[in-house]
Unconditional design. Structure first.
Length: 116
């Protein structure tokens, strides 16, 4: 499975963006992570299945919404109330079962920059 993230850009504080992550095949759990400049990659949100079992990092809870479209194998991250500290490269990751083993597949990131 290959993942392609898109939707990043430059936005002013308080603005909104919607990230998309298109998967080339069937996936299991899907999640978003982000890596701010000069820092480690951090968890943002995860969805197991379609519409249920979501979990968010405290820093984004109430502002970000993760969703998933089963028809086109796409994961979304709706980001509202953006803050400068949300500036990061955002990555999607998905689990794939192959040969009886579970793998984590990472997509290339998409840059989100929030200006103050």
């Amino acid at each position: 499975v290959q993942l392609q993230a898109s939707g990043g850009g430059l936005v002013q504080a308080g603005g909104s963006l919607r990230l998309s992550c298109a998967a080339s095949g069937r996936t299991g759990v899907m999640a978003w992570f982000r890596q701010p400049p000069g820092r480690e990659r951090d968890f943002v949100a995860v969805m197991a299945g379609y519409g249920s079992n979501t979990y968010y990092a405290d820093a984004v809870k109430g502002r970000f919404t993760i969703s998933r479209d089963s028809d086109n194998n796409t994961l979304y991250l709706e980001m509202t109330g953006l803050k400068p500290e949300d500036t990061a490269v955002y990555y999607c990751v998905a689990t794939e079962i192959d040969g009886g083993r579970t793998y984590a597949r990472w997509g290339k990131g998409t840059q989100v920059t929030v200006s103050s």
